[in-house]
Ligand binder design. Structure first.
Ligand SMILES: C[S@@+](CC[C@H](N)C(=O)[O-])C[C@H]1O[C@@H](n2cnc3c(N)ncnc32)[C@H](O)[C@@H]1O
Length: 180
C-alpha cells in the first residue's frame, strides 16, 4: 500500500511540476510526431561543421536520433522543464551518446556560439521572441528547422508538407543576412 501511494505521489508531483513549467515556458513537452521526426532527420545536412542546438528538447525525441545521425558533431539540447529533462538524463545514461550535451537551462539565457544548425518545435509567439536573438547571434545562412510553426518575419527556404494532422509541416529556414 505504501509503495502504491509513493508511486501515485511521485506521479502527481511530476504532473504538477510539468504543469508549472508549461506555465513558465507557455509550451508543453509534447514530442515531435513520428513523420515530422523522420522529415527532420532526413533533412539534416551532411557537410555541417559546428554545433547543433535543439531549443526545447522535451523527452529527447529529436536530440537522441540527431546525436546518432551526426556522430561527428556536438548536439546541445536545452530543456527547462525538470521532468522531461530528467527523462533525457536517464536515457543518456542508457545510450551514452558522447556527442550529446543536455542542459536544463532557458535557451534565451545562453549565447549561441559556433552553431551551424538549430532545430526546434516551439510555438510562433516563442519563435517571434527568438528571432532577434537568432539574427544577432547566428551567422547568416545558418540552417534552422522548425517543426510545425513558422518563424514570423522570415521567409522559409522550403516547407515540407506532411500527411500528419499533428505536425503538418516542417519549415526550413536560413538565417537572413543582416541589413544595415
Ligand atoms: C513542443 S516541445 C518539443 C520537444 C522536442 N523538441 C520534440 O520535438 O520532441 C517544446 C519543449 O520546449 C521547452 N521549452 C520551451 N521554452 C523553453 C526555454 N525558453 N528554454 C528551454 N526549454 C524550453 C518546453 O519545456 C518543451 O519541453
Amino acid at each position: 500500500m505504501f509503495f502504491e501511494y509513493s508511486i501515485l505521489g511521485t506521479t502527481l508531483l511530476g504532473v504538477l511540476i510539468s504543469l508549472f513549467y508549461c506555465g513558465v515556458t507557455g509550451i508543453s513537452p509534447i514530442p515531435s510526431s513520428s513523420p515530422s521526426r523522420s522529415c527532420i532527420l532526413e533533412n539534416l545536412p551532411e557537410n555541417l561543421t559546428g554545433n547543433v542546438c535543439e531549443l526545447g528538447a522535451g523527452w529527447g525525441t529529436l536530440a537522441f536520433p540527431m546525436a546518432a545521425a551526426l556522430p561527428d558533431l556536438e548536439i546541445i539540447a536545452f530543456e527547462l522543464s525538470p521532468v522531461p529533462w530528467l527523462f533525457m538524463q536517464l536515457r543518456d545514461k542508457l545510450t551514452r551518446r558522447k556527442n550529446l550535451t543536455i542542459h536544463r537551462r532557458n535557451f534565451f539565457t545562453d549565447k549561441f556560439d559556433d552553431v551551424s544548425l538549430v532545430v526546434c518545435y516551439l510555438h510562433s509567439e516563442c519563435l517571434e521572441k527568438l528571432r532577434p536573438k537568432m539574427e544577432s547571434e547566428l551567422k547568416a545562412g545558418t540552417l534552422v528547422l522548425s517543426n510545425t510553426f513558422e518563424i514570423p518575419g522570415w521567409v522559409p527556404e522550403t516547407i515540407h508538407h506532411l500527411e500528419d494532422s499533428f505536425c503538418p509541416q516542417v519549415y526550413v529556414y536560413r538565417v537572413p543576412s543582416k541589413t544595415v
